[in-house]
Design a binder for this molecule. Sequence first.
Ligand SMILES: CC(C)(COP(=O)(O)OP(=O)(O)OC[C@H]1O[C@@H](n2cnc3c(N)ncnc32)[C@H](O)[C@@H]1OP(=O)(O)O)[C@@H](O)C(=O)NCCC(=O)NCCS
Length: 191
Amino acid sequence: MTSVFLPGPRLYLRPIEREDAPRIAAYINDPQVRRTLLAHRPMSVAEEQAFLEAREKDEHHVVLGIARQGQEELIGATGLHLLDFRSRRAELGLMIGDRSAWGQGFGTEATRLMLDYGFGTLNLHKVWLHVYAHHAPAIRVYEKAGFRKEGVQRDQHYVEGRYVDAVLMGIIRSEWTPLTLPSAAPEPAEG
Ligand SMILES: CC(C)(COP(=O)(O)OP(=O)(O)OC[C@H]1O[C@@H](n2cnc3c(N)ncnc32)[C@H](O)[C@@H]1OP(=O)(O)O)[C@@H](O)C(=O)NCCC(=O)NCCS
């Protein structure tokens, strides 16, 4: 039976099961997907299963699979990481691993669903992330979802034979436009 945790217009987010691990590992190993992730080591199915089990037990992380409405198999995964309960902040992770699904708005929808969950359920104040400065599609996704650029970390990562900058991005609760929770719209900012 399909387990829908966060329903969206065209996607839904659901828990990642052990049986999903081979697909997720294959996505992470795909050079075209991996080249814009921090991941750089080979990912076995056993390692992916161990990663998911560790995340399940750690309340500082919420990891979800991304699937199209009406389909069971995952096209990617997303997560809120390093949940900070004092500052009410978390880091967003996103991967649409099925390359045939790129460019159809799924990355943006998954990001907005995670923001609805982060702000509307976890009561976060801020969601942040870092992205390679040359990764224009991802920066576009995050801007469409409401993130703003906050700074540049020069020569932060060594990628494909060169040092590249990283861009820090963030969205504060007052900047969030809910996708699925219209009644949860934040109060307008003062001033
Ligand atoms: C980056 C990623 C999440 C994008 O997902 P997606 O489902 O293709 O994203 P969307 O379709 O929602 O939006 C992509 C946007 O980037 C734009 N885009 C694509 N190529 C671009 C380019 N070279 N320059 C600028 N914008 C570009 C698209 O036109 C679209 O914007 P638009 O709606 O204004 O036209 C996906 O490619 C992915 O998961 N890649 C591998 C893992 C990864 O890099 N994760 C992010 C790590 S920070």
